[in-house]
Design a protein around this ligand. Structure first.
Ligand code: XMP
Length: 511
């Protein structure tokens, strides 16, 4: 399989570069900037990308690649810091931008040389996204200038003979108008990629290698009902059938019908499926607890305990499967030993479960690739495109103490909101939306009588990374329908709020 190597110089968009490359159906991996040449050779890339980074390339201690990378004979694309690095290491000069000249931040009109293969098919002028304080003051020998902006004369450099290209802007960021085309050119025109990275192929290869590795061993998996563990279960079921033992801990904090939906999704598949109904246990542990962090700890801890007890009944297994995905691997410091993503944000593995090895077949996939794989495996779309749902479930959407009554109210209200969002065609537009049960009761009038009931809060946000989020401008008519239905259909609710705070200052969840 053809591979692109992304050397990480510490830039904030490195994951995004990798995702963009894979969107073009070319496999890539992000590795530390100082990956030794021998390892690079073993990796055998068809091209290398140097990422951006916060350093100044001319200062002592600036991160540099193994110089052997320049003699590999494969194309290199340097982005931002990576571009300056290319220039300096090959004989050019990089300096701090004087005053404000050549220093750029944000959207910048850029003029391209259309004869440069990197910019083929792009208009001569378009907007790019810049973020740099240094610039290339002298272009190295063998290179020529291929783009400029009003402030910076050296926005892109290229050496077509050696196939080295550098751009000062960020093609991976959406604000760069022709970033996709540029990456396409690099991958297909310059690196001559064929585009052999598809999920159908990944599925076939991974199933074959799982069969080989697992042999006739048994595999244990904690299924949470989330996208990653569900896709993992489907993949392993196809690879090793009933050698896969899935433990689905139903903590009673899922949304309406969700537990049954998870079970139904796996009912026709070959695997050894154990559903543990632990709702009562979780509820009694949560009794009287109001502190959000304490709720999280309880749900996480109890989850591990229930899983361990079930695993004990199952007996020794050979492998424990984990739904670790690539962002976890990248964020935790790249290619280090197994990164353990535990369910419900509890650090660590269940320690009384006996197994030989950990299996993490999704560890090189991004979330959208995991979803694509789920489709290849025939999982229902409702499960695959499920919006993010916190591990502690509805326990952190019932503000204050969690009780069976409050959970029942919330489940119904949330189901109505979801139904109406779907039928209004808004479900795909929102990044995350849900109902929460506020810890507030207020007076209302129902028929001729006075009511004193709970208030439900509705929340819907738009975001790309959940670090910041904007509240969704939902149509009033939709909000009205949801409100009328909730108050009419859910006993114990007489008021509905719509949350119009963004993050920050609010968070997405209420607890
Ligand atoms: P906040 O509330 O921090 O949420 O703005 C950002 C995203 O993270 C999810 N979230 C959680 N996910 N366990 C999880 O697995 C948690 O304890 C948790 N708290 C928040 C939240 O749903 C949103 O997508």
């Amino acid at each position: 399989m053809e591979k692109i190597l992304i050397l990480d110089f510490g830039g904030q968009y490195n994951q995004l570069i990798a995702r963009r490359v894979r969107e073009h159906h070319v496999y890539c991996e992000v590795h530390p900037h100082d990956m030794p040449l021998a390892e690079i050779r073993r990796f055998d890339p068809i091209g290398v990308i140097f990422t951006g980074g916060p350093h100044s390339v001319y200062l002592p201690g600036a991160p540099l690649p193994d110089p052997g990378v320049f003699s590999l004979g494969v194309p290199i694309l340097g982005i931002c810091y990576g571009c300056q690095l290319l220039a300096q290491e090959l004989g050019g000069l990089v300096t701090a931008a004087q005053e404000d000249a050549a220093r750029e931040y944000g959207k910048t009109l850029t003029v391209f040389d259309p004869a440069c293969p990197l910019f083929r098919g792009m208009p001569e002028r378009s907007v790019t996204w810049m973020s740099h304080g240094d610039f290339i003051a002298r272009v190295p020998e063998g290179f020529r200038l291929a783009a400029h902006s009003a402030a910076c004369p050296t926005v892109a450099i290229c050496d077509e003979k050696r196939r080295f290209y550098g751009v000062q802007f960020h093609p991976e960021v959406n604000h760069t108008q022709y970033g996709r085309e540029l990456l396409h050119n690099f991958l297909y025109e310059i690196c001559r990629a064929k585009g052999d990275w598809t999920m159908a192929d990944f599925k076939r290869r991974t199933i074959a290698s799982l069969r080989e590795r697992v042999g006739d061993g048994r595999v244990l998996l904690a299924l949470s009902g989330g996208v990653d563990s569900s896709v993992l279960a489907a993949l392993l079921s196809e690879a090793v059938g009933r050698q896969l033992v899935c433990v689905f801990v139903d903590h009673g904090l899922l949304r309406k019908n969700e537990g049954d939906e998870v079970e139904a999704a796996f009912s026709g598949r070959a695997l050894d499926f154990h559903r543990v109904d632990a709702a009562g246990r979780f509820l009694s542990r949560l009794g009287g607890v109001t502190d959000p962090e304490e709720k999280r700890r309880i749900v996480g801890g109890e989850f591990i305990r229930v899983f361990e007890e079930e695993a004990k009944k199952i007996g020794a297994v050979d492998f424990l499967a984990q739904g670790t995905i690539y962002p976890d691997v990248i964020e935790s410091g790249l290619g280090q030993a197994a990164v353990i993503k535990s369910h419900h944000n509890v650090g660590g593995l269940p320690d009384s479960v006996s197994f030989r090895e950990i299996l993490e077949p999704l560890r090189m996939l991004f979330k959208d690739e995991v979803r694509q794989l789920g489709r290849e495996l025939g999982l229902p779309e409702a499960l695959i495109s499920r919006q993010p749902f916190p591990g502690p479930g509805l326990s952190i959407r019932v503000i204050g103490e969690v009780t069976a009554e409050k959970l029942a109210i919330l489940r119904e209200a949330d189901a109505i909101f979801r139904e109406e969002m779907a039928s209004a065609g808004m479900a795909q537009q929102s990044s995350q939306y849900f109902a929460a049960l506020t810890n507030m009761r207020s007076v209302g009038v129902m028929g001729d009588g006075r009511s004193y009931d709970w208030a439900v809060a509705l929340r819907s946000v738009q975001t790309s990374d959940f670090m910041t989020a904007e509240w969704s401008r939902l149509p009033y008519e939709l909000l009205d329908r949801v409100s009328v239905r909730i108050v009419n259909e859910v006993r114990g609710v007489n008021r509905v709020f719509y949350d119009v705070t963004s993050k920050p200052p609010a968070t997405v969840e209420y607890e």
